[in-house]
Ligand binder design. Sequence first.
Ligand SMILES: [Zn+2]
Ligand SMILES: [Zn+2]
Ligand SMILES: [Zn+2]
Length: 286
Amino acid sequence: MQFLGTAAADAMPGPFCECWICQEARREPARNRLRSLFLLDEENIIDCGPDLAAACMKWQVNLSSLKNIFLTHTHEDHLCVSNAGLLIMSRTRAGVPVDLYLSHEAYETLSDSHERLGSPYAHLDAVKSVDRAVVRFHPVTLFQPFTVDGYQVFAVPTTHHVSERERAINYLFTLPDGRTLLYACDTGIYPSESVEALAGRAIDILIMEATFGSRTDNDITSHLNATAFLRQLDTFGARAIITERTKVYATHINHKHEFNHEQYQAFFDERAPLPVVVACDGLMVD
Ligand SMILES: [Zn+2]
Ligand SMILES: [Zn+2]
Ligand SMILES: [Zn+2]
């Protein structure tokens, strides 16, 4: 498993930004963050954002056998519909479909867009991919486990605001080797029904967004900052969602605060109740 991208929507450096975080990332490419993507394996990926092609080039990832995309929500840093063009342009998979798992609300959003675009836009790769069933939608029912190619999956709601009708969903995976992974990105502070649904699961790996770093004035019901990240860890610990054996990673980090990577790591080293790794692009999770 690998972090292919660990930035929030802003990217790092943001191409149009000269803040000190972006300038430092420009000087030191190891600090660059592509927009968030997480590879479970070369057949299964979480989200499908605008940096997919760049990330695959950078980390020598081959998605020619991709089967499943688990979409958290339709924000553009997590879903880039032009990726459908890359799929149908492949010379080696000739119409082999990809199954896209998503919330009912995300499905309605995408179905509406597809219908409204109609025949004047039939040339768009995203429209073609749906018309040709190269991308197949599978709306998931929250709190109802399902199995996909050896992964057991369980989706929970979050407070992360997408639109009037959509909030992001997060996925708890039971991996083929039996370990459990909660991908909490994007999330915000969890609603109580999600906490209760996950209580007692003692998950092995937690990957959670830590978008706003040292900021404390953002809306934490939509995105976490460092302090809210710790608060959520406390909640998860109190309900045995995590234990001292859980490996915790922070991802989806933006530039609108005053922590660089080392400062963010130092913050968690000093204050977190268990080790937290601030992820960087390319980091492997074994
Ligand atoms: Zn995001
Ligand atoms: Zn910046
Ligand atoms: Zn989002």
